[in-house]
Ligand binder design. Structure first.
Ligand code: ADP
Ligand code: MG
Length: 565
């Protein structure tokens, strides 16, 4: 390890030289309070910024062990540290010069509290990973400015990250809120629930691109008959609406808040930061959003529970397409979620294929069953719930046909939920729909798909494929883009980066059992024990945790995926 004074001299000597000469500063430097690691040095002032880490020993950082005493608290604390650094960096960085000169940045966190590779803590040290833009004038090294950045600003940032400097109340509250939400989610099954929405929660967001809570929103109030209470470890008693296992419909007029409620439930698989409004909106961790997704590929999937005897005898027990229709894509999304043992399906009429949801009596009379390949979900939803323990929550404002199969019916009226289960059942009895149940192939959760991992799929013209991520939309892997724009439970681009790394990892270290679901489970359990850093030997700062469903979603949408029986 080199002393930091040596870094100062080195930077002064580099002043005015060509930018590439910065490469010489890669390495580790001892500062009085911490170690600075410069892991990757950018090639020019406009390139991806240089990657650094600071390692602060605990005798200086001073975090009480209780703050990271279990995994839940550790993730809460790491998330808080990431946000602090993000705030300081935004405030303190002094941008001047060419390209990204002077930049200090950490992977920006959204409103979800997530395990990320931006910050770590243990009994030995605190580690923060971030990027800096090494300063340039034109394409020449700005040595003095670099000294200022590396040897003045970074030590100042580190100073601000010490426990003694942090707002301890906010930090404690952040960790406690996260731990309470984790605790709540664990309690759900013991209460026969799949989701909980606290009284007082704020569900709507400011806009599609602004995830802050909507100002002056109507706060959530549970109907009396669905109200449950929990005695949380930190927050104490909280009450709210419990959504029971089974089949739940959310009905109500247009614009009354149905989709907003479902969206909150979709993201209730994650915990939210204090002030978000959804701190105590929690959904079963294995809840999966299902939607129609026209155009996605499907690879060797048994779709027969939903699609059969297609024209031209195309088999549906091993179904392939490069371009699925609305109904086929939605069926594939359901079957793939079940393959990974989803426990709850979340469906919004706004984004479904009607012909996969329902076939009413009139249509059954006009078009004979043997002329209709599709078995609608209405005929598979009860077996799913009763035989496989898979619950469903459906937003359905436009059709009452599901009243028959629903266990719970919630009506949204001016953003307030009412329990209308009894009325809905009475109406179903009064106006029978007399349709014929069309369930043909039993619905199952097993698929026999085996991953065929060809390293050549990850090469492009004989070289390792370039991996790129475009925001939340897509992963580019060599010659193909994986379109994830319709996978709605992804919330940070760092999740896509980690998923891309997981796909590479899977090819490098194939698990012993290559059954699709088993292989994915194997990676996820390894990440659960060894952490996200396992995915790459390089100390990446922008990996964010993901679920098995989203890794599967990426593989399932990869046009180079090879699966055999
Ligand atoms: P629906 O699905 O029933 O048609 P949405 O959930 O799309 O309705 O909501 C319609 C509009 O109402 C959205 O712009 C949303 O932001 C707003 N909204 C939803 N819930 C609330 C609330 N609790 N308070 C205020 N506005 C809300
Ligand atoms: Mg809607």
């Amino acid at each position: 390890m080199t002393n930091h004074t040596r870094l100062v001299q080195q930077l002064q000597q580099l002043d005015g030289k060509g930018y590439k000469a910065y490469k010489a500063i890669r390495g580790g430097y001892d500062f009085p309070q911490f170690t600075l690691m410069i892991d990757r040095v950018q090639g020019d002032p406009f390139a991806k910024p240089s990657q650094c880490r600071v390692l602060i020993p605990q005798d200086i950082a001073g975090f009480p062990a209780d703050l990271y005493g279990n995994f839940s608290r550790e993730v809460g604390l790491r998330d808080f540290l990431t946000r602090q650094f993000h705030q300081f960096a935004q405030r303190e960085q002094r941008r001047s010069g060419t390209g990204n000169s002077g930049l200090i940045a950490i992977a920006p966190p959204g409103p979800e509290i997530l395990e990320r590779t931006a910050a770590f803590i243990d009994d030995a040290q605190v580690e923060v990973r971030f990027w800096i833009g090494l300063p340039a004038r034109g394409r020449r090294i700005a040595g003095g400015q670099a000294v200022d950045l590396l040897c003045e600003q970074i030590p100042q940032l580190v100073e601000g990250m010490l426990y003694a400097q942090l707002p301890t109340q906010a930090l404690q509250h952040h960790i406690d809120t996260h731990e309470d939400a984790d605790w709540l989610r664990q309690q759900l099954p013991t209460r026969g629930l799949v989701a909980f929405v606290a009284d007082g929660a704020i569900l709507p967001r400011r806009s599609g691109i602004d995830s802050r809570p909507l100002e002056a929103a109507t706060s959530f109030q549970s109907p009396e008959s669905l109200r449950v209470s929990f005695d949380c470890p930190h927050q104490g008693l909280i009450t709210g609406m419990g959504i029971p296992t089974g089949i739940t419909l959310i009905v109500g007029g247009g614009y009354h808040g149905k989709s907003t409620l479902l969206k909150a439930l979709e993201l209730g698989i994650y915990n939210h930061i204090p002030g978000d409004g959804r701190e105590f909106v929690v959904t079963d961790a294995d809840a999966v959003k299902i939607r129609a997704e026209e155009g996605r590929p499907v690879t060797n999937l048994d779709l027969s529970p939903f699609i059969n005897h297609l024209p031209h005898q195309q088999t549906t027990t091993q179904f392939w397409t490069t371009n699925a229709s609305g109904s086929t894509s939605q069926a594939a999304n359901i079957i793939e979620a079940l393959e990974l043992e989803a426990k709850v399906l979340l469906i919004d009429e706004d984004t479904t294929a009607t012909n996969l949801m329902i076939r009413d009596r009139r249509m059954q009379s006009l078009i004979a069953k043997d002329q209709e390949p599709i078995t609608p979900l209405i005929d598979q939803i009860r077996p799913l719930s009763e035989e496989h323990g898979v619950s469903s929550i459906l937003v359905m404002g436009g059709s009452g046909d599901y009243f028959e199969v629903a266990d719970t019916v919630i009506a949204m009226s001016a953003y307030r939920p009412e329990n209308v289960t009894e009325q809905a059942h009475a109406i179903a009895a009064q106006y029978p729909i007399d349709r014929t149940c069309e369930a043909g192939q039993p619905i199952g959760t097993k698929q026999s798909r085996i991953l065929q991992l060809h390293p050549s799929a990850l090469e492009w013209k004989g070289r390792p494929a370039k991996v790129k991520v475009h925001e939340l939309r897509e992963i580019i892997l060599g010659r193909n883009a994986i379109d994830l724009s319709q996978v709605e439970q992804l919330v940070e681009s760092g999740q896509l980066r980690a998923i891309a790394a997981a796909i590479l990892y899977l090819h490098q270290f194939p698990p012993p059992n290559l059954n699709f679901a088993h292989a994915i489970q194997a990676i996820l359990s390894q990440l659960a024990t060894d952490g996200l850093s396992t995915l790459n030997p390089f100390p990446e700062g922008d990996f964010v945790t993901f679920r098995r469903f989203e890794l599967a979603a990426a593989l399932n949408r990869w046009r180079d995926l090879k699966l055999e029986d």
